[in-house]
Design a protein around this ligand. Structure first.
Ligand SMILES: Cc1ncc(C[n+]2csc(CCOP(=O)(O)OP(=O)(O)O)c2C)c(N)n1
Ligand SMILES: [Mg+2]
Length: 325
């Protein structure tokens, strides 16, 4: 595993990386609080703890690149540049949401920003990213596609098929496996039997690495290399990132009895990617604090705006729901 080092990133890039991670954290912590009030509808899976993965990977992408996300998709959407006001409205099921309030947390998408969608189907993003990568290849466009996949989802058949096709067709795609320690209540070391997913990728002939997913710089370095390979015609890669989640599997329905005593407290104390980033980046306390203030204010605005927004008109019940091809 790579060690922490701020590497070649300039000050603006460092501030932007911190802003993205800090926005995800503030968004998720606030959604957790709001969910507790009973006002937020639907199923919500929080990404706090894993911010360095979304930020590090998306930091290596351009606006024209694509990502296909998971059911735990808020962090990926924010890192790819989706508007948090629209996202918050979507969570509340309100008009003006990313999907006009009809998708909710697990279906946030914004094609203009290359966010192909969160996905309620475990590993659903992998074949989608292969599809957009195939489009780029056939049409000779320079775009790279990224599929985010959980450790549990990496056991899905569609994931294996995606790895195989991506190699056979040498697609410009990067698979990012996020090992957050669990698939719902099942531990990774149990369901993967101690095998890194990266070793499975190597069996398909695909370059693969394992990185510390709480180290932004390690994730970013691996992503820069994999994205460059894909863009230069070198085919697919896999990056396996290890970073624990701070909350339960899903808001409202997880007592987390499967976790060890004090596990979450230890994660927050010893494996907080934001703390690690702040220490390694050499940004000043003032620079970090300025971002903190701006981000907290923006999340406050997003929540107030979402609460005040109207629900979609009844006459729009069936718009945006079906698509004719
Ligand atoms: C095809 C499919 N099977 C089962 C489920 C139910 N399910 C939802 S989340 C989940 C666990 C996913 O674990 P992992 O991929 O590790 O992602 P994490 O929740 O840890 O981010 C399962 C089995 C599903 N959504 N889709
Ligand atoms: Mg998992």
């Amino acid at each position: 595993m790579a060690t922490e080092s701020a590497g070649p990133l300039g000050r603006e890039e460092l501030i932007e990386a911190y802003r993205v991670m800090r926005t995800i954290r503030a968004f998720e912590e606030r959604v957790h609080t709001e969910f507790g009030t009973g006002e937020l509808p639907g199923a919500v899976h929080l990404y706090a703890g894993q911010e360095a993965v979304a930020a590090g990977v998306c930091g290596a992408l351009t606006e024209g690149d694509y990502i296909a996300s998971t059911h735990r998709g808020h962090g990926h959407a924010i890192a790819k540049g989706c508007d948090i006001n629209a996202m918050m409205r979507e969570l509340y099921g309100k008009a003006g949401g990313s999907c006009n309030g009809k998708g909710g947390s697990m279906h946030i998408a914004d094609f203009e920003r290359g966010m192909l969608g969160a996905n309620g189907v475990a590993a659903g993003g992998a074949p989608l990213a292969c599809g957009s990568a195939l489009t780029a290849k056939v049409l000779e466009r320079p775009h790279v596609s990224v599929a985010f996949v959980g450790d549990g989802a990496a056991n899905q058949g569609s994931f294996a098929e995606s790895l195989n096709l991506a190699t056979v067709w040498q697609l410009p795609v990067v698979f990012v496996v996020e090992d957050n320690g669990y698939a719902q209540a099942t531990g990774t070391r149990y369901h993967l039997r101690g095998l890194d997913v990266a070793r499975r990728a190597e069996a398909y002939g695909m370059p693969a690495v394992v990185v510390d997913g709480t180290d932004y710089f390690a994730v970013r370095a691996a992503a820069d290399e994999a994205v460059k390979r894909a863009r230069d015609g070198g085919g697919p890669s896999l990056i396996e990132c290890q970073a624990g989640r701070f909350f339960g599997h899903m808001e409202g329905f997880d007592q987390q009895g499967y976790r060890g005593e004090g596990e979450v407290e230890r994660l927050r104390a010893d494996a907080d990617c934001l703390v690690r980033f702040a220490a390694a980046s050499a940004l000043s306390t003032e620079q970090l604090a300025e971002v903190d203030v701006t981000v907290d204010a923006a999340v406050e605005v997003a929540v107030a705006d979402a609460k005040a927004a109207p629900v979609p008109e009844l006459s729009e019940l069936l718009t945006d729901v079906y698509v004719s091809y």
